[in-house]
Design a binder for this molecule. Sequence first.
Ligand code: ZN
Length: 181
Amino acid sequence: MKFCSDCGATVGLNIPEGDNRPRYICTRCDMIHYQNPKIVAGCIPVYDNRILLCKRAIEPRYGYWTLPAGFMENGESCEEGAARETEEEACAQVENLRLYTLFSLPHIDQVHLFYLADMTTEHFAPGSESLMTQLLPEAEIPWDELAFPTIGRTLRYYFADRQAGHFPVRSEALLRPVRAN
Ligand code: ZN
């Protein structure tokens, strides 16, 4: 960042007293601007053994397939964010959200988390950020056209765990860019 969001003066990068890493500090009002990871919350919406995927109508990864997910808004819970994104991107209602995968992505300062979720009805449709939405069985998942690594990993865990009959929470760190599928 270049300017203080509080007073508009320039900021400098310095280690505050008592801290151990550089922070942006306002040269006029001394406000310390902490920067922390952003959280992306999404769902694995399930209906009748099929998974709801969205074809992205926005960059990055325009035209690639994703689970409905997006940046959390202030004032909402992770579950609310995941359900909201599912409604916005796929016009689908979900219930019974269970935390399933959690990814730390330190190279892009993000955390991604996905909830297993039951669709309340078979209704879905593309929202404004989607070109197309589809309920797909495992055999029709477009593995080579997935938008992000956390989507591919979540789907692979899901189909393996479904075979095994239980869905333990999966938590892992992706320490550098990896393949999307
Ligand atoms: Zn300032």
